[in-house]
Design a protein around this ligand. Structure first.
Ligand code: SF4
Ligand code: SF4
Length: 337
């Protein structure tokens, strides 16, 4: 079983991290079974967020009895000190614990620093002093903010999207984290559902240059967990077949594509941008029937009501021209119908 040390935190975690965003979508009973199975099979790192509705509560219910054997990270999207404390106290209560191993600022649009007027970093330091959190981290989708955070020396970990579709600049960021001993937590290792072969995704992360990378797999179903657990017994080899698969995906997904992160939402015209703006990819990379249902036809039709307000473009961390992307995806969608 491979392990990763999260930079200067010294926290030693199983190479399979558990991303607890998707357990929002399943019942509490099922979530408890899933989380306990993960723990019983060696997974010791669980990542959640205050913003993931009842994910923290489910995690608390499943794992409070083994609290001393696991590492928990959660996140706050607070914009000021007052909300920071509100979030932290709530997370502690829901997780049924009196400390968080790693507390992260959740995708802020800027890099919180002492004296920046937000009071966020000061609050985190105070929480650390009080023993309520043990390490301070940051998550982000914007490479500029991520780099600034790593170079600031203020953060012990960075959580950032990383998969085998990563750009050169993103790979450089991973290397920068290694050099600065900042733990690198990889979210979206399956590129938000666009990568279907978990074996190639896992094998990619296990390459020697990514020994310090900790992927957190978003797990919702037992078979998904079983797949990742099976790689602990026998790590998939990055052989010719897997390399060919990776190359094929890279060719298909080259350039600008919507990652489905949803940071551009809500949309005043009610468009479900995070799925509609990547419909062409979904149609080609997943079974089509579900995406062509009446419900989805209605959702796609809403693109006709786009107000061209540009709000989505301003918020997209990948700098995509979202209205244009929606239009292209809608035209393509109609050809499938
Ligand atoms: S530009 Fe169109 S898609 Fe984007 S937020 Fe405005 S209405 Fe929604
Ligand atoms: S358009 Fe940009 S912000 Fe919106 S879901 Fe896609 S990648 Fe995320």
């Amino acid at each position: 079983m491979e392990h990763v040390v999260l930079g200067k935190t010294g926290l030693k975690v199983n190479k399979n991290g558990f991303g607890a965003l998707p357990i929002q979508r399943i019942s509490k009973e099922d979530a408890v079974v899933l989380l306990q199975k993960a723990f019983q099979n060696g997974i010791n790192y669980f990542d959640t967020a205050r913003a993931y509705s009842d994910s923290e509560e489910k995690m608390g219910a499943a794992l409070h009895e083994v609290r001393d054997q696991i590492i928990i990270s959660t996140k706050t999207a607070a914009q000021n000190g007052k909300d920071f404390w509100k979030d932290l106290e709530m997370s502690l209560e829901k997780l049924q614990t009196d400390y968080i191993d790693l507390y992260q600022f959740h995708n802020p649009s800027f890099c919180p620093k002492p004296g920046d007027g937000s009071g966020l970093y000061e609050a985190a330091l105070e929480a650390k002093e009080q023993g309520k959190i043990r390490h301070i981290g940051i998550t982000n989708h914007r490479i500029a903010v991520a780099k600034e955070a790593v170079l600031s020396g203020l953060y012990e970990t960075l959580q950032f999207p990383f998969s085998y579709l990563a750009s050169e600049e993103e790979v450089e960021l991973v290397e920068l984290c290694r050099q600065k001993e900042v733990g690198f937590i990889a979210m979206k290792g399956l590129a938000g559902g666009l990568i279907h072969n978990s074996a190639s995704a896992y094998a990619f992360m296990c390459q020697p240059q990514f020994a310090h990378v900790e992927p957190i797999w978003g797990i919702q179903r037992e078979w998904e967990l079983d797949e990742f657990l099976s790689y602990q017994e026998q790590a998939p080899e990055l052989n010719e077949a897997l390399l060919a698969e990776i190359q094929k995906d890279k060719d298909q997904l080259a350039g600008e594509f919507c990652r489905g992160c949803g940071y551009c939402m809500p949309c005043p015209a009610g468009i479900e941008i995070n799925n509609c703006a990547r419909m062409s990819l979904m149609l080609r990379r997943a079974p089509q029937e579900a995406w062509l249902s009446e419900e989805w036809q209605e959702k796609m039709k809403k693109i006709e009501n786009c107000l061209h307000c540009g709000n989505c473009m301003k918020k997209c961390p990948y700098g995509l021209n979202t209205p244009e992307l929606l239009k292209r995806n809608y035209e393509d969608y109609k050809t499938f119908l």
